[in-house]
Design a protein around this ligand. Sequence first.
Ligand code: FMN
Length: 182
Amino acid sequence: MKKTIVIYQSKYGYTKKYAYMLGELLDCPVYNRKRIQSDELLEYDCIIYGGPIYVGGVSGIDVIDRYPDIFKKKQTIVFTCGLTDPSLPETVAHRNDHMKQQLTKESYQAIKIFHLHGGINHKKLPLAHRLVLLLIHHLHIKDDISSLDIGEKEIMNAYGKIVDFTSKEALYPIVEYIKKDV
Ligand SMILES: Cc1cc2nc3c(=O)[nH]c(=O)nc-3n(C[C@H](O)[C@H](O)[C@H](O)COP(=O)(O)O)c2cc1C
């Protein structure tokens, strides 16, 4: 199997949880992207980046275009982790559209993307994030939920709750993809 590393960014631990489960399934190292030097990535054939979704975009994904000399030479896989349901085509389209804006066309076309379902714990959110969600909730409280976009809908549904959709099984397609592509 290719020499693989998982790097991730995570604010509340959901993406981190996926990154470590993936590291276990693939028996490969896992690093917070801020704790690894870019030149250390050179020794791997395959780099998996896991990033959470905040206000549509994938946090930290800029790392791919910041180090083109590294990522262009490697097989790059990205998994995203957000509250919207990735089994819905709407979610996939929404996340992919944002990624197209965040990456160069060349990078977007070169990477393999997987979308995963994260979670949220409103009680643990700091004030700034609670205010963002409060604002969205307040803006849409009187709206018909079916008229909202997928992100707004999910935020309205999960508002004030603790939800955790993470599962090991959700990572199996990534493992299969890597193992097949030896
Ligand atoms: C302020 C805020 C904005 C968010 N925006 C989105 C969003 O646009 N789309 C989405 O799917 N999830 C959104 N989420 C949910 C996060 O993506 C989800 O909580 C994810 O599991 C966080 O992963 P992390 O703990 O690894 O950072 C948002 C969460 C917060 C607190």
